[in-house]
Design a protein around this ligand. Structure first.
Ligand code: UTP
Length: 296
């Protein structure tokens, strides 16, 4: 019997090694890298809270302190800003401490995304929950998670976010085979999942992106999921093993997504989002227009 119910909890895995961003990620998780002036993880927590998930569990690793400090109060900083009468910056500093109820658990050895989700088992208990990857940003103007939560509440089982990618890029992602074309709401039934398939073996161009709403049965399955691709315990393998046992749906996302775990995509994200801001955009764009033609 699939487990259904109101969803309150979000798990944010942030314990990966972040090797693509070394040396910046030696002491700081990549999820703390600033997107203009806000750490990526704060935007992800804001997204969870906006979707009604106010109980947030971060799965952290050796860089746990930076995460905890960011979501904690820094009294001396607040007092200094208050004394200067800098209310705008004071508001910004306090913003991250007034978000949901943030909890932490350590993954220890980063044995893969599936393993990171498994260490959340005790905190989550026997209820459906969301997983948001801390280096994968969904623009707040294109809400996705709320819809995914709704699909899980209506249909049970696991729900994953999918995005159509250029065919030659599908081998960088988990890939989904679907039954019939997506409806206007983007919801599809998934028949098969493959982690990073060779391009010529991929069953579709639909890539799994970093948002999931999962049934707690996933914990039971993850406990016996052997290491897969790259020697890591893969969340995709566990979800694939549940096909036929519980429903598996995808929501095809057609909005704006930013991958801040990849250096080039990270740079593009920062430039794009800064250019859209009233305080920085006009000056940044003027400089880019002047600078770009000189690059030949
Ligand atoms: P990635 O594979 O993108 O993260 O995992 P990574 O291994 O840190 O990155 P690179 O390739 O070495 O640069 C996706 C998400 O899952 C988390 C990561 O922190 C990231 O948010 N993760 C991954 C864990 O929490 N634990 C793991 O064991 C692996």
């Amino acid at each position: 019997m699939p487990i259904r119910g109101p969803i309150r909890k979000a798990v944010i895995p942030a314990a990966g090694l972040g090797t693509r961003f070394l040396p910046a990620t030696k002491a700081v998780p990549k999820e703390m890298l600033p997107v203009v002036d806000t750490p990526a993880i704060q935007l992800v927590v804001e997204e969870a809270v906006a979707a009604g998930l106010t109980d947030v569990l971060m799965v952290s690793g050796r860089t746990k302190r930076a995460l905890e400090d960011h979501f904690d109060r820094v009294i001396e900083l607040e007092l200094a800003l208050e004394a200067k009468g800098d209310t705008e910056r004071l508001r910004k500093v306090q913003e991250s401490t007034h978000l949901g109820d943030v909890h932490y658990v350590r993954q220890g050895d980063p044995k893969g995304l599936g393993h990171a989700v498994l260490v959340a088992a005790e905190h989550v208990g026997n209820e459906p929950f969301a997983v948001l990857l801390g280096d994968d940003l969904i623009d707040h103007r294109d809400p996705l998670l709320k819809q995914m939560v709704q699909v899980q509440e209506e249909r049970g089982g696991n729900v994953i976010a999918l995005m159509e990618v250029p065919h030659e890029q599908i081998s960088m992602y988990g890939c989904a085979a679907i039954k019939g074309p997506p409806g206007d709401d983007g919801v599809v039934e998934i028949t098969e999942l493959v982690e990073k398939p060779p391009v010529d073996e991929a069953p579709s161009d639909l890539a799994i992106i970093g948002r999931y709403v999962l049934s707690p049965t996933i914990f039971e399955v993850l406990r016996t999921t052997p290491p897969g691709r790259g020697g890591e315990i893969q969340l995709t393998d566990a979800m694939a093993a549940m096909i036929g046992r519980e429903p598996l749906h995808g929501v095809v996302f057609r909005g704006r997504r930013y991958d801040t775990g990849d250096r080039l995509d990270y740079l593009k994200t920062v430039v794009k989002l800064a250019s859209e801001r009233d305080d920085l955009g006009p000056q940044l764009l003027a400089w880019l227009r002047e600078w770009l033609p000189q690059q030949g």
